[in-house]
Design a protein around this ligand. Structure first.
Ligand code: FMN
Length: 249
């Protein structure tokens, strides 16, 4: 089994790596420089994990799937989506990317993880939330692995009610996603250290005359917002974070 993931701020990486440890799978981020054609071709089962954005699969993962859809479409699929609260049909959103592949899905699950939108007043970053959600995610992962080993199938997000719930978000999100391409901003505290440039998964940022410039390719993953040493980076919501999200561990 091979596990692949995209993770903006560590939650999906945690689920994917922990699952791989428990199941003895090879695990890679889609940002790695790997021969994915060879890797994916050699796997019987593929486990994918990604964060949900407005009940949609992040654009970076959609582009990856588009590139390898002929291979992915033939594999048995295990789909994990991480979310802060709810996505409705977040896991099914992946299966919809490849017509006809729903029949190959052997397991689909949602994991509630800590909030990474650290500069939105409604969802402050809290240790209590992180600890509680990590404990619950660990428990769910163990149960998930147990089910998969026993051949028990579960498809979270496949119920028509889940689709309806997903629609409450994914109808509006494509517009936000498109507008968000140019959403990066750095405030006066930016020192031009270049950390955000180095770590952006879309290579959307560059340094010019000591300032960070964007190339309108932001996917709103919130990595730069959460890692900037001066809390100077923001996307979409241009409010300085009081506290950044530093990952589930
Ligand atoms: C742009 C954006 C949109 C999001 N939309 C949702 C959502 O619709 N529902 C939800 O429960 N969480 C949502 N979240 C929260 C993330 O899905 C969640 O924190 C996820 O575990 C982050 O994973 P990562 O650390 O692997 O990037 C959103 C986060 C971002 C940055």
């Amino acid at each position: 089994m091979v596990a692949i993931y995209f993770s903006g701020t560590g939650n999906s990486e945690y689920i994917s790596r922990r699952f791989s440890d428990l199941m003895g799978a090879e695990c890679h981020s889609i940002e790695e420089d790997v021969d994915f054609e060879r890797l994916l071709s050699g796997a019987e089962t593929l486990a994918v994990c990604y964060p949900i954005y407005g009940s949609l699969v992040p654009r970076i993962m959609r582009e990856f799937v588009e590139k390898y859809k002929n291979i992915i479409g033939e594999k048995k699929l295990i789909i994990f989506c991480t979310q802060m609260m709810f996505s409705g049909d977040g896991a099914r959103a992946f299966a919809r990317l490849i017509p006809g592949c729903e029949k190959n899905v052997v397991y689909a699950e949602h994991f509630c993880m800590p909030n990474n939108i650290c500069n939105f007043f409604l969802f402050p970053v809290r240790d209590k939330e992180r600890i509680r959600k990590k404990r619950a995610a660990d428990k769910k992962l163990e149960k998930t692995c147990q089910n998969i080993r026993r051949g028990i199938s579960k498809k979270r997000g496949w119920h028509f009610f889940s689709t309806a719930l997903g629609k409450t978000q994914n109808v509006a999100f494509p517009g936000i996603e498109e507008k968000g391409r140019g959403a990066f901003a750095a405030d006066q505290d930016c020192t031009g250290c270049g950390l955000c440039v180095k770590r952006c998964p879309m290579q959307n940022l560059e340094l010019a005359d000591g300032r960070v410039r964007q190339k309108d390719n932001c996917i709103l993953c919130y990595r730069c917002v959460n890692l900037c040493p001066r809390r100077a980076a923001t996307v979409l919501i241009h409010k300085k974070p009081k506290r950044q999200y530093k990952g589930i561990c």
